[in-house]
Design a protein around this ligand. Sequence first.
Ligand code: SAH
Length: 261
Amino acid sequence: MHKARKRFGQNFLQDQSVISRIVSAINPKPGQNLVEIGPGQGAITELLLNKTNGVLNVVELDRDLIPILNTKFFNHAGFTVHEHDALKFDFGVLAQDQKIRLIGNLPYNISTPLMFHLLQWSHQIQDMHFMLQKEVVDRLCAEPGTSAYGRLGVMIQYQCKAEYLFTVKPGAFHPIPKVDSAIVRLTPYSELPCVADDIEQLANLVRTAFAQRRKTIRNNLKGVLTAEQIESIDIDPGIRPEKLSVEQFVKLSNLKTRLGE
Ligand code: SAH
């Protein structure tokens, strides 16, 4: 029996009904290109393999788990374990023939950098289903005007449709985590609803705009855009950043890019 390692953010799923619910939400089909990140001891992996006729790539960092996985699933010829840090893994190599569908009950400490790492290949990703801290899923899916809406939600929703699927209680895992978890579905847009001329500019502008949530955008964006410039694209400089839609952030960013040219 493998002893869970805190360093690798290991909380293994135990509850079969939660596992089935996750796999039904993913709805894997034979012939699809599924990739699981952090399979652990294979709690979700087993059901995924059953649904895909035994074809699945997994990326796992903990080398002690590799023989456990290979032994458990040795009878599936299409099962491939990549012993690698997902934060450094080149997911493009798995998506050469067909878009990938990513799945992961992820270590919570790497979830945000990992999502941005994965979005480098957004055009090669069909969708992503992740188990994350509930609070993070709330932020990913937050709508403008809510307290959960901020930098993370804007930057992810710029590229993906984000859907809150369901909550998972701490008792579903071993060891038991301190907080609630939730499943999110992220579907990268094949065509972005609104396009930033410069994605770095957008990232900087969103960070600056949310520097102090309770201040107006006029205040937060001081030195970046004047109140007159903000008004020139029909945005009220007196509102707080959380009131702005993703589209409005993109407009502000594109204005800044154009002014800088
Ligand atoms: N999916 C399993 C395990 C979840 S625990 C289950 O639901 O039971 C998180 C898993 O991610 C562990 O197996 C851990 O070793 C792995 N992991 C942690 N950091 C990782 C990284 N950087 N890259 C790939 N896998 C990682």
